[in-house]
Write a protein that binds this ligand. Structure first.
Ligand code: ATP
Length: 315
């Protein structure tokens, strides 16, 4: 049985195309992330998938059944799909345990498992104005999970969280997939958040899917400058420059991550270190190899500013 099939979605908002012929499938238990710059259409797509926004054209089928838009049903949404918005709200003046009880469809034991996975058992007695933003996010997530969804759709779950809460939420989301066997689909405009989590990443630009692949594929072989830039720094080499560095390519240009430039023992290419910047676990070295500027990621202390080193490109 097909889990989620999205076909030919087109959507305009205020006469502007926001989604253009978006099609993809998601398998059950596949962790799918949608990445893209702000305004690329990710939220609108998630809302259409969740039955909360009407599509102009195209279809969404969940477990072989059509997901209807809000104009076609009395209560918008799909019972098997739980959508957590970037702008979720928790009911005011209620204790966490009251918020959680409201839509709970699980047994006490299963619900407690959800609360443990979401790391919120210590918050039950507090009111929702007595918990932090990160805790609120996890309570909102737990509340959705107790509605027993099969697909959890998370719109920018990591935005506005500090490093500690972000890491906690990442652990929670990883456990939702593995311990609760719920399939997750999420978006992030910071794709570094999703590289370690996703099985597949879909990149959107101006309402279109421009690349889809494993995290390794999209990170190491970006299709163009936009896809390359989404995942961090890169070297953009024309084919002739690539040839000088010993890379054969049929492409007009290629994108090489800084950590793929490595120090060579002997038969490398000479490159002068113009600057070295410290980033904690690594240093970013701006090199000049002949007339080719190269950005390299090196172990701290491995390269000193001003020295000439031998390098090679590891593909
Ligand atoms: N209700 C609306 N009316 C008109 N235009 C809208 C509306 N909602 C979104 N848009 C526009 O549609 C485009 C896509 O927005 P969307 O929120 O789907 O993008 P996004 O990729 O999720 O962005 P972000 O990462 O900032 O949330 C944007 O250009 C946005 O300005």
């Amino acid at each position: 049985m097909r889990f989620l099939a999205v076909n030919g979605i087109n959507k305009q908002l205020q006469d502007q195309p926001v989604l253009k012929d978006v099609s993809f499938n998601q398998l059950q238990f596949q962790k799918l992330a949608i990445a893209g710059a702000t305004g690329s259409g990710k939220s609108t797509l998630l809302k259409i998938i969740s039955g909360l926004v009407q599509t102009d054209e195209g279809t969404v089928d969940f477990l072989e059944k059509r997901v209807k838009g809000p104009l076609d049903v009395l209560i918008p949404g799909h019972p098997g799909i739980a959508y957590l918005s970037q702008h979720f709200e928790l009911r005011n003046n209620f204790r966490v345990e009251e918020i959680l009880e409201r839509d709970n469809k699980l047994t006490e034991e299963d619900a407690m498992h959800v609360y443990e996975v979401c790391r919120i058992t210590h918050l039950f007695k507090r009111k929702n104005d007595q918990i932090s933003g990160g805790e609120r996010q996890r309570v909102a997530l737990a509340r959705l999970l107790t509605t027993a969804p099969q697909l959890l759709v998370l719109d920018e779950p990591f935005s506005n969280l500090d490093m500690i809460h972000k890491q906690q939420l990442k652990d929670v989301i990883a456990d939702i997939s593995s311990e609760l066997s719920i399939t997750c689909l999420l978006t992030s405009h910071d794709p570094l958040d999703v590289l370690s989590w996703a099985d597949r990443i879909m990149i959107m630009r101006h309402g279109e899917v421009v690349q889809e692949g494993t995290p390794q594929e999209v990170y190491l072989h970006p299709q163009d400058e936009y896809c390359a830039a989404l995942f961090g720094k890169f070297n953009h080499l024309e084919a002739a420059q690539a040839a000088v560095l010993g890379i054969k390519t049929a492409e007009k240009s290629i994108y090489i991550r800084p950590e793929k430039i490595v120090l060579a023992e002997s038969d490398g290419i000479d490159a002068k270190a113009l600057s070295v910047k410290f980033f904690g676990s690594y240093e970013e070295v701006q090199l000049q190899a002949g007339d080719i500027p190269l950005l390299m990621s090196a172990h701290p202390g491995a390269v000193k500013k001003g020295e000439t080193v031998k390098i090679r490109v590891e593909l």
